[in-house]
Ligand binder design. Structure first.
Ligand code: NAI
Length: 460
């Protein structure tokens, strides 16, 4: 099948490369000419594990190419995917101007029976609206608009695309449903469940899913706060909860609040949609507000833990990306927390394995270090904000030696208090008793049952 992917960002590039891998002929189009030039020259403009190889393999195999011209490829396509950004707009709503512009660009050249597939996350009613946008430009043209929301996670996007929990097809006519069923046949033959419904339901499924996952994160953060006050230990509590299959272990790790290009804007848009249609989403409304205040309260906690040494203190922040295995810093907690630390008079250095260049565009006065131990040199405190494996594996002896202070604040709970104590560091983490003895009791018990000891990572 001939597919055009409009928008070669995190979703468009991954989806385009994966559809080519499934055997389709895919052209990825982007208005960012520099991005297309880089892709055509063999460079991948984003960091996503495995994407480089997948693009190279399918480009060399003749199934994947790139173009800065929309019209030519769109005029030959059976399916035109729209995977452009739908960023936050005013009052929590999303900005549909990019996707509407893309629809206007393809309308004059679409051949009859083309199916336009909305991959971007869009509020309910957008597919119908895009139908009108195209129909206004092409009176009498027979075409379909379908919704095919994307559930991949940055950092494991290829695995998620090729082995999804489910495929959601929102189609208001048989032609669109049949095309998408055929497109995904190589995956559905492998037993991936597929839900065929109408476009409005598909649009709602995406938002309701993201809002629900974000609620899990917000909930476990609240439980972590309670654990700290009453001597509980969040890992044990989350493990005990997650083993109930109705709850599940994912998204039950406390952290510095959810970030990224999806959850913050999607939860706000869900709230805005509820308000607009007089079906207020008050749970999610509260979640949105609490997620914001969490970042400021965790910044205040760094200052409080430093006590008298706070003013002028040197702090090394480890982790700028909103989650591990990506260079994406959109709405990353680090971008909120670091300026608050600076406002409190702290001097900040930072390290991230992939996201330094992206973060540097949003931060000022932050010294970036390619080596995390150089970032920690003479630091009064080290604050971990992203759950990179590099940090889980860090050489604590070397870290302690580099620092001038002894405070290690771990907002991703990568370590245990006893392990840190061995190196003479003072450990602050989330949702745990301050007493290393109590934490030890859980670890030694859990280690006898390794299958229970694994903490679920937060896949934001
Ligand atoms: P992105 O910002 O990385 O990529 C969007 C791309 O579209 C940019 O390269 C931009 O230049 C291009 N573009 C904009 N207008 C265009 C036009 N008229 N013609 C051609 N190219 C155009 O965005 P990302 O992260 O890929 O997100 C895309 C959509 O997918 C959004 O709606 C997002 O909410 C949704 N989504 C994102 C996920 C993620 O993990 N990033 C996961 C699931 C959904």
């Amino acid at each position: 099948m001939k597919v055009v992917m409009i928008g070669a960002g995190y979703v468009g590039l991954t989806t385009g490369a994966c559809l080519a891998e499934l055997g389709h002929s895919v052209t990825c189009v982007d208005t960012d000419a520099a991005r297309i030039k880089a892709l055509a020259a063999g460079a991948t403009p984003i960091y996503e594990p495995g994407l480089d190889d997948l693009i190279r393999k399918n480009r060399d195999g003749g199934r994947l190419d790139f173009s800065a011209d929309t019209k030519g490829p769109a005029s030959r396509a059976d399916a035109i995917f729209l995977a452009v950004g739908t960023p936050a707009g005013a009052n929590g709503d999303i900005d549909l101007s990019y996707i509407e512009a893309a629809a206007r660009q393809i309308a004059p050249v679409m051949k009859p029976n083309t199916v336009v597939v909305v991959k971007s996350t869009v509020v309910v009613g957008t597919c119908r609206r895009l139908r009108e946008v195209i129909a206004e430009k092409r009176l009498g043209l027979d075409f379909s608009v379908a919704s095919n929301p994307e559930f991949l996670r940055e950092g494991s996007a290829i695995e998620d695309f090729l082995h999804p929990d489910r495929i959601v097809i929102g189609a208001d006519d048989r032609r669109a449903a049949a095309l998408l069923e055929e497109l995904y046949a190589p995956l559905t033959r492998r037993q991936t469940p597929v839900l065929v419904t109408n476009t409005a339901n598909a649009e709602l499924i995406k938002y309701a899913s993201n809002a629900f996952l974000a609620l899990k994160i917000g909930f476990i953060n609240d439980v972590a706060d309670l654990c700290e006050q009453v001597g509980g230990e969040i890992e044990a509590v989350a493990r005990g909860m997650g083993l109930d299959r109705r709850i599940g272990t994912s998204f039950l790790s406390p952290g510095p609040g959810f970030g990224g290009s999806c959850f913050p804007k999607d939860t706000r848009a869900f709230v805005a949609t509820g308000r607009k249609h007089r079906a207020r989403q008050s749970l999610v409304e509260t979640l949105v507000a609490k997620n914001e205040t969490r970042k400021s309260s965790l910044a205040r906690r760094v200052v409080a833990e430093l006590g008298d040494r706070a003013r002028g203190a040197r702090v090394a922040v480890l982790g700028l990306a909103f989650k591990a295995n990506t260079d994406d810093v959109r709405e990353s907690p680090a971008l909120s927390i670091i300026p608050l630390l600076q406002q409190a008079g702290l001097s900040v250095r930072a390290h991230d394995p992939q996201a330094e260049a992206n973060a540097a565009r949003h931060l000022s006065g932050v010294e970036m270090h390619d080596c995390l131990y150089a970032a920690a040199q003479d630091a009064d405190a080290v604050v971990i904000l992203t759950e990179w494996e590099d940090y889980r594996a860090l050489d604590l002896k070397r870290l302690a030696k580099a620092m001038s202070g002894s405070l290690l604040i771990d907002y991703r709970n990568l370590f245990t208090a006893q392990k840190i104590a061995l190196h003479g560091l003072r450990y602050v983490s989330l949702g745990k008793s301050a007493s290393p003895k109590a934490a030890g009791a859980v670890v030694s018990k859990a280690s006898k049952r390794p299958e229970l000891a694994t903490a679920a990572p937060n896949h934001l």
